[in-house]
Design a protein around this ligand. Structure first.
Ligand SMILES: [Zn+2]
Length: 501
């Protein structure tokens, strides 16, 4: 049979396959020659730490192999006393809100809430020039990088000049945010936000005029422009997606149209969903159904859809999200800061919903804290421990199972919901990873089995030593090369924004 195949003249399809194999062999040879081998004490592969494994990546920033030997790699980077893990993915950020950190923590009136915080956020948003947006974004992205984050989903809704008129250049502020991510070295999925109105039967809010795009065709034009100018596909450093802001800000007809655009362009679609009870009430008043039911009817729920927050939802809504293979992005450090509530991650996991994490308002920027908090909040609510742990048959699996599940949410799920090739260390994946110092005071004494639970339940930024994105080291020994400049520029901006006249 084999002989027959060899003698038979190759058809077009076989010839194409042979050409492709030849090309791949040639590419692999050249790439391996220029490859870099990263050698740490431990590497997190397939849900466990392996010893003495070299992570070899090519000049395009792709992992070509994980092996016991370095082969003919041109350069070797030794990372003694460190462990390599796939980079964390921050699936929901509003970078400009970093300028608001800690400024809202007092009580200025009888009752402070999400809604009073929002007024302060609007005041800040009104005052940022394009260059300020760049500076504050760069600061937010620097802090992310120093904490082991390699990719970010930026939910971007600052579109217009301070007086509400669109800038002459389409997507100017979105481009400033992308420039900031590029300059820090992070991968970014720019989620262009559609914000059409203040709410159902609500008078236009002058504080929101920088966010508005009342005309759907203008929004589509902006998204197409950004897709054309910035999007590099799943393997690139920049992706573009769509983001109807919320059921409050986008009328029903526009929801369906936006979902169609995401489907046509095969890009991610993210949306704030059921963050506050008042939003659910308004949705019931306008549409006679809760937000997730409305989104199901309008065909938004799909594998490319991410519901950010999804706090005030019921069991049936969890199941709707699960059946559609949609994601939920939990932002626990922001949700606790704003008094939003607790994401029902137990019900969501039972329904098969994939959960990712976001740092959202940057009240605190620490994705490991978000990761552990999702579980710890549920413990407080239910009065039990290890709530999100998968069933375990062995002691080793019982120890590592919960941490591995939470870590997959912060890496694999985050990458999938942003449509980027990251989140896992395997041949063909992007070489996006970070290292931790095994002698860090929070991790000291951990062995290979208990290291991940140490990192998830007690680790912090001080343990993160190196951060590599697409094979390029952007953080070395806990420092970014332009850290001082970024901090200095941001400090000047804060002085200007907050100093008393
Ligand atoms: Zn948000």
């Amino acid at each position: 049979m084999e002989e027959q195949c060899k003698r038979r003249p190759a058809c077009d399809g076989e010839r194409a396959l042979l050409r492709m194999e030849l090309w791949f062999t040639r590419m692999s040879a050249t790439q391996t020659k220029d490859a870099t081998a990263w050698l740490a004490d431990l590497v997190y592969v397939n849900g466990r730490f392996e010893k003495d494994l070299a992570l070899v990546c090519d000049r395009n920033g792709r992992i070509v192999r994980l092996a016991r030997d370095i082969g003919d790699a041109a350069s070797v980077v030794r990372l003694r006393g460190r462990a390599i893990l796939p980079g964390l993915v921050n699936a929901h950020s509003h970078a400009f809100q970093r300028a608001l950190r800690a400024r809202t923590e007092g009580r200025r009136r009888a009752h402070e809430s999400f809604w009073t915080w929002r007024e302060m956020m609007y005041e800040l948003a009104a005052r940022l020039a394009p260059e300020d947006v760049y500076d504050v974004s760069r600061m937010a992205f620097l802090e992310m990088a120093l904490g082991g984050i390699t990719a970010v989903g930026e939910f971007h809704y600052l579109h217009n000049a301070s007086d509400g008129t669109p800038y002459a250049e389409t997507g100017l502020l979105a481009k400033e945010v992308v420039r900031a991510a590029r300059d820090v070295g992070l991968k970014i999925c720019l989620l262009d936000v559609l914000y059409m109105r203040a709410g159902f039967n609500v008078e236009p809010n002058q504080s929101q005029k920088r966010f508005f795009t009342p005309d759907l065709s203008r929004y589509f034009l902006r998204v197409e422009t950004l897709l054309g100018e910035l999007d590099e596909g799943p393997d690139g450093r920049v992706r573009v997606g769509v983001a109807p802001h919320s059921v409050r800000a986008v009328p029903r007809e526009a929801l369906r149209e936006t979902a169609r655009l995401a489907s046509k362009r095969d890009c991610p679609c993210h949306m704030h969903v059921a963050e506050q009870p008042a939003e659910v009430e308004a949705c019931l008043q306008e549409h006679g159904r809760t937000p997730v039911r409305l989104l199901a009817e309008e065909e938004l729920l799909s594998e490319r859809f991410t519901a950010v927050h999804a706090i005030s939802i019921d069991l049936e809504e969890s199941e709707l999200l699960g059946r559609a293979r949609s994601f939920v992005c939990a932002c626990p450090t922001t949700e606790r800061n704003l008094g939003d509530g607790i994401v029902p991650a137990d019900a969501l996991c039972d329904a098969g919903v994939r959960i990712s994490f976001g740092t959202d308002s940057h009240a605190q920027t620490d994705l490991l804290e978000d990761t552990r908090e999702l579980e710890l909040n549920l413990r407080l609510r239910r009065g039990e421990r290890a709530v999100l742990a998968p069933p375990a048959e062995t002691d080793e699996a019982a120890l590592g199972g919960l941490a591995a599940r939470l870590f997959a949410m912060a890496t694999v799920n985050g990458a999938q919901c942003l449509g980027v090739n990251a989140g896992t260390l395997a041949p063909g994946s992007a070489a996006d990873f970070f290292t931790v110092d095994l002698q860090d005071v929070a991790l000291a004494g951990a062995d290979a089995q208990s290291l991940l639970p140490h990192i998830i339940f007690a680790g912090g930024r001080s343990a993160v030593r190196d951060v590599v994105v697409g094979g390029h080291r952007i953080v070395e020994d806990g420092r970014h090369p332009v850290q001082d400049i970024i901090v200095e520029r941001f400090t000047k901006l804060q002085r200007r924004l907050w100093s008393q006249p």
